[in-house]
Design a protein around this ligand. Structure first.
Ligand code: GCU
Length: 340
């Protein structure tokens, strides 16, 4: 037991030295530590741009002691792989989709349930309320050494496929990719299709080869990852408004001197604001580009029928006091910020 612990510490130490060396290789100060941030989407994504800016601001705030290098396009691996590296401290930071967090603490499920948030404003009100979010975000620090720095808007997810989907009947027999968690599998099956969980990077090829008939995601992924070329119909089922989280290795965070750590933490709210604001514009651009490639956006969808189908999942998932409290907070926010 002790030996295990000691070797873990030594490995972490080695990783920190390696990181520092890599930072100095950037032409920065010999004392610059480069935090590696893993991202599974493109350099055009507002979350990428916000993370780059965070790096610049962090460098300034820490007099060059810390900076961030963002690795886009899944170069460090799929989210479900990289999160283990964040846990062991070999990757410092990452953006991650909400469902993958369920494997660490199932209470994250609340925000991943279908038709949970009535508006972006309602979601924002919940995510910016520290009293509501604090315990959840720090819930896996002790066990998994992962600190969730905050939750971000990640679009509204809709079904896209090789044919239009206007009602649950249209989903019959369609193999649809979902994010990797039980809640997403159950949701999609209840919607009438056949769920196929996999990492984002595998989806294009699976669509192209016919292993999948479709997927569900926001418009930005649909266009940026060229899914619009292989699944022409994007139907507004509006079934999810799932967050992304910005994660940090608790070990990397603890390794920072108090003042630098605080500087980083202080920069998080504005980083999230920037990413969220950029997202809406990115959505519009993505729709326009997909339309140019010949994709069709279908708005005449029976969302009420889908909502009714998935209701059992919502009911069975709100099954402990933590989830009830989060659920109630969402309902309060929905009452304050209803759908337009
Ligand atoms: C969205 C989300 C990502 C997630 C992806 C997915 O793009 O922002 O965090 O990985 O969907 O479906 O895998």
């Amino acid at each position: 037991m002790h030996i295990k612990r000691i070797s873990a510490v030594l490995i972490t130490g080695a990783a920190v030295v390696a990181l520092s060396a890599c930072g100095s290789g950037d032409g920065g100060d010999a004392g610059t530590t480069t935090l590696r941030l893993a991202f599974n989407q493109t350099e055009q994504h507002p979350q990428y741009i916000a993370a780059q800016k965070l790096g610049e601001k962090l460098e300034e705030a820490t007099d060059g002691r810390y900076t961030i290098e963002v690795y886009a396009n899944e170069t460090l691996g799929s989210q479900s792989d990289v999160v283990n590296n964040v846990s062991d401290g070999s990757v410092d930071m990452m953006y991650i989709g909400g469902p993958v967090m369920e494997s660490f603490n199932e209470d994250f499920i609340v925000f991943n349930l279908p038709y949970m948030f009535d508006s972006i404003e309602a979601q924002h009100a919940v995510f910016s309320n520290e009293e509501v979010m604090g315990d959840l975000l720090s819930s896996i620090e002790e066990d998994k050494k992962i600190t969730a720095l905050g939750a971000l808007y990640a679009g509204v997810r809709n079904v896209y496929a090789t044919k239009p989907v206007e009602s649950p009947d249209d989903m019959d027999g369609l193999k649809i990719r979902v994010q990797e968690s039980d809640s997403q599998v159950e949701m999609l099956n209840l919607m009438g299709g056949v769920a196929s969980p996999m990492g984002q990077g595998e989806v294009y090829t699976a669509l192209q080869s016919g292993v999948l008939d479709g997927a569900e995601n926001n418009e930005t992924v649909y266009n940026a990852l060229k899914h619009d070329e292989v699944a022409q119909y994007y139907s507004y089922t509006k079934h999810l408004m799932i967050p992304d989280y910005l994660l940090m290795s608790t070990q990397s965070l603890d390794a920072m001197p108090e003042e630098d750590r605080q500087a980083l933490i202080d920069l998080i709210p504005e980083t999230i604001e920037e990413a969220n604001a950029g997202f809406l514009e990115f959505e519009d651009e993505s729709i326009a580009k997909s339309e140019e490639t010949g994709a069709e956006f279908i708005t005449d969808v029976d969302t009420a029928a889908f909502k009714e189908r998935v209701q059992p999942l919502v009911e069975e998932s709100i099954n402990n006091p933590v989830r009830e409290a989060l659920y109630d907070a969402v309902q309060d926010a929905n009452a304050e910020f209803p759908a337009e």
